[in-house]
Design a protein around this ligand. Structure first.
Ligand code: ATP
Length: 442
């Protein structure tokens, strides 16, 4: 990692702690490696990302339904999916000839086939194991899910029966997944406990390619709507050697994570998983998971287009994209230029002096049930502005001594630093317009 990259990541991690976005888990005991706790602003940002995803993928679509499955899953699910088979094998890939090896079968750090460099070891199936019930023998062994999608496949028949969906349709869920990653690092980019946002879209096999392209476009659109700069995201097709065993084609949506090898790191995978998973579960369970195609009056196993992203990685991309340092009117400031829809706090009410706190609190009370708003009376007004800039708060509302006479407050916008002065009674309406349309509104 170059000095600049380390520096940027250090600064971001430090800001995240300072402003209450992300803390090292178990910090007072020395910290649990690669485990992160989300603070008051972090949890809001995470929820805003998830809510935006749910809205885009589920609520606004007639052809996608949601579900929320158990984290502790029947062990046979992981037998059928192939995860159990690979449970203990750390794998390394040759970056040149794409050969794959068990790390414990090779010596040194270069490929035994061609001498090329090897990737860091990684394991497809490193699941967290635990016991269910009082017994501690093998029959009680269960696993924390390493991905959310398998519960969608095993509930396929239940959902078809309950919702009477016709092909094509999707099933979506967000939730925690657990992987005992061999090399967990780079802040929330790779942790052992993380949240996924996954959607499995079931369709006729002959339409799979069309839907694959559709969903790739849609997912890109979503990342752009979050405000990520278009030059910082790209798509990359997996080549043959890189494809997962269940997929016949896959694209990654990548972001310019500063620490990523080659400059780009995966945000999300879009894969054509064919009928691999449903077939595997039919075989393992002996149950009929086919779909009755009403038009051809035939039972078919649908193909599946998967979109699979992570909340933590999206959040990290959003934070990196938004982070900037600048000098304004001779003063340095750090700004998180978060899109207003993602900003954890939308506005802050700041009395110019503590003497005005009582009156300013009345203004705060007027709007605090409409938006996530903070009240801050501590420190100089400049310091308070800078705290809000760092937290990514788009608007500051300043209550000054003139307000006592003219009953007007000043709204200051985070990025342009432009200010407007408006009557207190129009504040709620004005803020709503700013949330909808951005600055300047009206
Ligand atoms: P990578 O190649 O980076 O390990 P992956 O291909 O194993 O990722 P998938 O199994 O496709 O990842 O998981 C889908 C998404 O879940 C990823 O695109 C990523 O956003 C997220 N994700 C996967 N593993 C982790 C992790 N250890 N920490 C945080 N997010 C993760």
């Amino acid at each position: 990692m170059t000095a600049d990259v380390t520096d940027l990541m250090k600064k971001l991690v430090s800001l995240c702690k300072r402003r209450g976005y992300v803390f090292q888990s178990g910090e007072i005991y020395g910290g649990l490696q690669s485990s992160w706790d989300y603070g008051p602003l972090g949890v809001e940002l995470k929820k805003n990302i998830e809510a935006s995803w749910w809205d885009f993928m589920v609520s606004t679509r007639p052809d996608v339904v949601g579900m929320d499955s158990a984290i502790i899953t029947h062990p046979d699910v992981w037998k059928a999916s192939g995860h159990l088979k690979n449970f203990h094998d750390p794998m390394v890939d040759c970056m040149k000839c794409k050969s794959r090896f068990r790390q414990d079968n090779i010596e040194g750090d270069s490929c035994p086939e061609c001498g090329g460099s090897l990737t860091e070891p990684r394991d497809f199936g490193l699941m967290f194991k635990t016991q269910m019930g009082a017994l501690e023998d093998d029959s009680a062994t269960v696993y924390l899910r390493p991905e959310t999608c398998q519960s969608i496949f095993v509930n396929f028949r239940n959902i078809v029966t309950a919702t009477r969906q016709k092909l094509p349709f999707g099933i979506a869920q967000t939730g925690k997944a657990f992987r005992n990653e061999i090399t967990a690092r780079n802040f929330v980019f790779r942790s052992r406990e993380f949240e996924q946002m996954e959607m499995e879209f079931f369709c006729l096999p002959e339409e799979a390619e069309k839907w694959f392209e559709f969903w790739l476009d849609e997912r890109l659109k979503w990342y752009r709507e979050l405000g990520l700069k278009s030059g910082n995201i790209r798509t990359r097709r997996h080549d043959e050697g890189e494809l997962a065993h269940y997929a016949n084609s896959c694209f990654d949506i990548e972001y310019t994570f500063p620490f990523a090898t080659g400059g780009w790191g995966e945000l999300e995978g879009i894969a054509n998983r064919t009928d691999y998973d449903l077939k595997a579960h039919i075989e393992e369970s002996g149950q009929d998971l086919s779909f009755l195609d009403q038009i051809n009056k035939a039972k078919i196993i649908p193909y599946v287009i998967e979109t699979s992203g992570g909340v933590g990685r999206t959040m990290l991309a959003v934070l990196l994209d938004a982070y900037r340092e600048e000098v304004v009117e001779g003063r340095e400031r750090i700004v998180l230029g978060l899109h207003r829809s993602l900003a954890p706090v939308k506005a802050a009410v700041l009395p110019l002096s503590k003497k005005l706190s009582g009156n300013a609190m009345e203004v705060f009370d007027m709007i605090r049930t409409l938006f996530p708003v903070q009240f801050d009376e501590t420190g100089s007004i400049g310091k308070r502005y800078r705290r809000m800039d760092e937290a990514g708060t788009p608007f500051c509302i300043t209550y000054d001594f003139d307000t006592l006479d003219d009953n007007c407050v000043t709204i200051r916008e985070r990025d342009s630093l432009d200010q407007i002065r408006i009557p207190v009674e129009t504040l709620a309406e004005k803020l709503s317009a700013l949330m909808d349309n951005g600055w300047p509104a009206g």
